[in-house]
Structure formats: C-alpha cells, structure tokens
Design a protein around this ligand. Structure first.
Ligand SMILES: [Zn+2]
Length: 61
C-alpha cells in the first residue's frame, strides 16, 4: 500500500488508494481520526441545536 501523510499530525501512514479517494486526498491516522470524530458527532447532534435555542431565548429578554 502507498504511503501518505496524515493531515493532522504529518505522520506517515499506509492507506489504500480507495481510502485516499474516498477522503478526497485528506487522510488521517487512526489517532487523529479518533480525535476528529468525537467532537464532530457531539457538535452536530447536540451542540448546534442547543446553542441556537440558547441564543433565541437570551435575545427575547
Ligand atoms: Zn495524525
């Protein structure tokens, strides 16, 4: 498998070309993947909705 550079920490990682194209040329090592996925999931499901509601409420008063 070819070697690529991790977008997050520049470590050299072995990935398949299929993974390369699937990620549009941006590859992350498993460490950076874990770090990236966790905040993304919580932000999209909970934080966005919560912050907008909070703003609407605070603007009224
Ligand atoms: Zn990395």
């Amino acid at each position: 498998m070819p070697l690529f550079r991790c977008e997050g920490c520049s470590i050299r990682i072995e990935r398949s070309m299929a993974a390369y194209w699937r990620n549009k040329g941006k590859l992350l090592c498993s460490t950076c993947l874990d770090r990236q996925e966790m905040p993304l999931k919580t932000a999209e499901s909970g934080r966005k909705r919560g912050s907008s509601e909070f703003r609407a409420n605070s603007n009224k008063s």
